[in-house]
Design a protein. Structure first.
Lengths: 577, 577
């Protein structure tokens, strides 16, 4: 049917989704932002997924229909009216579109549901609190009435973090509670409302001198891939790690103090730079995923903004072992840490080079000729940030170590390319799903002595599925270990089949000694595996905290395996402690 | 009476305390180790404390009598026998001396009690578990029988951390459970038993190549003042911070994973380098002061041992404001952090110079002439550790910042002098107490914007007491703040008066916005202030954890304000939440 003469290009979508449609809920990024696969990527996809041009003739399940909800609100009109009394009529919504829009995150599972028009779990009402006092009144009322409460920041959860499994209300924190309240230059901290989006936060800090009258400008140092579509509060409650966390620390390191509204009361944790006054409630609240209460204000560490000292550099390693050895040595080198440090395994390296249209260039052939062969070679991207002589030395020491491990320096160009697209790459997901291709990711943390075993174990399982792409990188480095971020791509329109596949990956991660999550939390997606990860005794500690903060189980029920809570997913087959 | 011709020197004690005596319990350091005040110090003491040679004619309350306990053991012979069955006869003691020896820490309060021969709180039996399985059996039995259990490491607590307020048993962890079990070079960690003493731990790491067959030698990076008389486990459960913590981190940062035996079960926390799987039980257990369970094994971060790259440097600042400003700028400078960084306020500077016999030398007069006047000038000591070029740059940047703040570089000699005596200085306490002089310390953490207010507020209160010395230093630096370590010296033989004085200092620390403790915990001494510090809601979180781990309140009752537990001290006058 298709002419063999003319090169076929799929009709990647370039239209903003219809207003009020399912597609407008699951679309990644702003309505008019798109990122299409390159020709080389398209060819690679067909080859590796066992597809051909025919498969890209027609889109399926684009989700262009208007959102329609079958589930009737379970809240009474009296209850709805009470929320209206608290926040004002304009800040309560019960229409179908609002209910769905603010009940859905960005998991593959959720996007497929929306594409099929099958709304599985939806809140009964959407409430936009104006300030923390509103939140306090709302939580007080919900506690009294036993109405479930789910927090919504940027809606970027890929772990079913939002999913309102019992109905109730969604509290949207990004509508009004989205400001940087204060920059305290002396303490080098910023006081922020939870709904502040990543770019707004960083922008305010980068211009602190003008906006807050500080002497210097600052950076938050936190740049997760979801940066453009996630909130400061979301980072905190899911324990996010930004792409420069190797230097700046992850959000666990960055949070100095928090104010929470919980059914068991409202409190602000102390902002001491350190203390020895028993277990730290401040740390207990981090990563609590809305299961204990709502974060209404947070004080974060900030850093002098020194873009002029930034150094970018890249290397090609002959293989994965060499790249990992160098990464470990750098992390343990005691000369300070790089900001970004990222090693891609052989598969990701090749696919990445295709994405950047590098492969089959003269340079590619030259590198290959020098011994950095496709299928084995591994790309490494790095940056150094901080004071000028510090970044110079970090770069110098890293280059020395990488060379000792046989790496070829590649200048800073690959890093700058990566930086240009690092936030927009996920946008490709919508294009791929239009043709029944699922792209998804899972991340895990692992000690150095277990690194290769985990990488190989999980990869082997994923690649055992025919026509399935698996690539991985490590991108957050610690002296004691690193993370592994797996990306897998497959042709699989069937949600059930996909979920079954995904569940076994969780099992494999645990089996090979990885953490269920390195950053962005476990949500309701991985909560059923938590006991297997932590053991009965440690899960019981979290349950005791849950009982304390939220005796009626109204705060994001299903998250962190609330006591007596039936998980929204089936439990994993085998449990042990 | 005393000849004015011949200079009088008090007869500082140079004898080992009699075996079995009270003195042998409270004496700091090994029996034959002493550190006497210098002549200049002696003159300074007399002048500032309003004393004269007469006051140093006779020693009082030396505690040379044999220990005798009035309290009868409350444990039955059946119960004692059960402990014998578990650990063997040689590992259970019920004699008076053992009971007192392992029931006492090193607070002023405890040493005075021992000097008077007034044993206030004492355990009924002392048990030396051989391994973690013994601990498990013991805790199981104590839970069943509701027998209180107190952990004992090095006995260096200065917060009534041990004090067995309800009798029961003391578990001595340093007798058998004192080994470095493993050095994992790949993960750069050491697995250690809790009773391992500081020097044994550091020694094992410094010789890891020979002892564990590693490629490199390592350091633990943790050097609290109590280093020689404290244990790894003690550091962890009291949240210790070593003198090089500005670079290496405090124990909260250093602990990767822990194994605990609690009445609610035994568990080992995961050793992932990072994770986003909810609140971290590993962190919840740190600083739990034995109130949740007994730490039986811990995995700590270690660091390449690079003494050849170490740099020492010192400065004199014209005043406290300049020293603090420089300290803050250094902490926020993003060129890496110094290992030791320590600024002494004007009083501590002068007293320190006296201790080192520096004052009134030609050099002293020269420095004074240059504008660094006694009574205003502040000494700063620093070291840098790590990779060679890194330490060179840290030193260079610090020197630049200090100079900008008008400081005079003093070479590395003062640092080396300080290092020689840093562990032995506390030994002077016994000499002073022999003549009714109390020397005590309190430490607090504070944000930069509150630093001077707290320093001035606490100092003003202490110095308002006639003939009382108050000196302070900041010695753990963070971008967000620092600690303040207050040392006060007074002539006060009366325990009650002293306690009253101390209690108001706690109030003042809270009033001026400091933490109750920066390192080494709150013990039973400060636990009554915890609600005032944290507020009712956050105290309730700790109480919920306590109830979970230890429903019968047998684990170090009185620590961390167990629910329903009457504090062993009177509560502070005013409480708020």
């Amino acid at each position: 049917m298709i002419s063999k003469k003319k090169k076929f290009v799929p009709a990647w979508s370039d239209e903003a989704p219809p207003a009020g449609s399912y597609r407008s809920v699951f679309k990644l990024g702003a309505p008019y932002r798109f990122k299409h696969p390159s020709d080389a990527w398209y060819e690679m996809l067909k080859e590796q997924l066992g597809m051909n041009d025919e498969d890209f003739q027609h889109k399926h399940h684009e989700g262009r229909r208007p959102v329609a909800v079958k589930q009737k609100p379970r809240l009474s009109t009296v209850q709805i009216q009470r929320f209206v009394d608290i926040v004002g009529r304009e800040n309560v919504a019960v229409d179908d579109f609002s209910r769905v829009r603010f009940s859905y995150g960005k998991t593959v599972e959720e996007t497929l549901e929306l594409r099929y028009g099958h709304v599985r779990h939806v809140a009964d009402a959407v409430v936009h609190p104006r300030d923390k006092h509103d939140v306090r009144r709302i939580i007080g009322y919900c506690h009294e009435q036993k109405i479930p409460v789910y927090g919504y920041g940027g809606g970027s959860s890929v772990t079913l973090g939002i999913r309102p499994v019992h109905g109730g209300i969604v509290l949207v924190l990004s509508t009004h509670m989205n400001r940087v309240l204060e920059v305290n230059e002396k303490n080098q901290t910023a006081r922020v409302q939870p709904g502040c989006m990543g770019p707004a936060y960083e922008e305010a800090l980068n211009h602190a001198a003008a906006r807050f009258g500080t002497r210097f400008n600052y950076t938050g140092g936190h740049f997760p891939q979801s940066f453009e579509i996630s909130t400061v509060g979301g980072w905190v409650v899911t324990l996010g790690a930004g792409q420069a966390s190797t230097y700046y620390g992850d959000i666990y390191d960055l949070v100095v103090s928090q104010e929470y509204v919980t059914p068991a009361g409202t409190f602000t944790t102390p902002d001491f730079p350190a203390a020895a006054i028993g277990p730290r409630v401040n740390d207990i609240m981090k990563g609590s995923e809305g299961a204990f209460g709502i974060l209404v204000e947070v004080i974060l560490k900030i850093f002098r903004h020194l873009p002029q000292n930034r150094r970018c550099f890249a290397f090609m390693f002959a293989d994965w072992q060499a790249a990992a050895d160098a990464g470990r040595e750098i992390s343990q080198g005691q000369f300070g840490l790089p900001a970004v440090f990222r090693i891609s395994d052989a598969d990701e390296t090749e696919i990445g080079l295709k994405l950047y249209r590098f492969n089959d260039t003269i340079l590619d052939r030259a590198i290959s000729w020098m011994g950095y062969k496709p299928g084995r070679r591994c790309l490494c991207l790095a940056t150094a940030e901080g004071q000028r002589a510090f970044t110079r030395n970090v770069k110098k020491q890293i280059r020395k170590i990488c060379r000792r491990h046989g790496a070829l320096p590649l200048t800073g160009i690959p890093v700058r390319r990566w930086e240009k697209t690092r936030y927009s790459e996920p946008l490709m997901r919508d294009d791929l799903q239009d043709y029944g291709i699922i792209i998804d990711t899972l991340e895990t943390a692992v000690t150095w002595d277990n690194f290769h075993r985990l990488h190989e174990g999980v990869r082997t399982y994923i690649k055992a599925r025919p026509h399935t792409i698996c690539m991985a990188h490590a991108s957050h480095f610690y002296p004691q270990g690193t993370n592994l971020y797996f990306i897998f791509i497959m042709h699989a329109d069937d949600l059930q089949e996909y979920q079954q596949f995904q569940r076994v990956i969780f099992d494999k991660i645990l089996q090979y000694g990885g953490s269920l999550s390195h950053h962005h939390g476990i949500g309701k997606m991985m909560a059923p595996w938590l006991e297997k990860q932590l053991g009965r005794e440690q899960l019981a500690v979290l349950q005791a905290l849950k009982r304390h903060f939220d005796p009626h189980n109204i705060m994001n029920p299903g998250a962190l395996l609330a006591p007596g809570e039936a998980p929204s997913h089936e439990s994993p087959a085998g449990k042990n402690s």
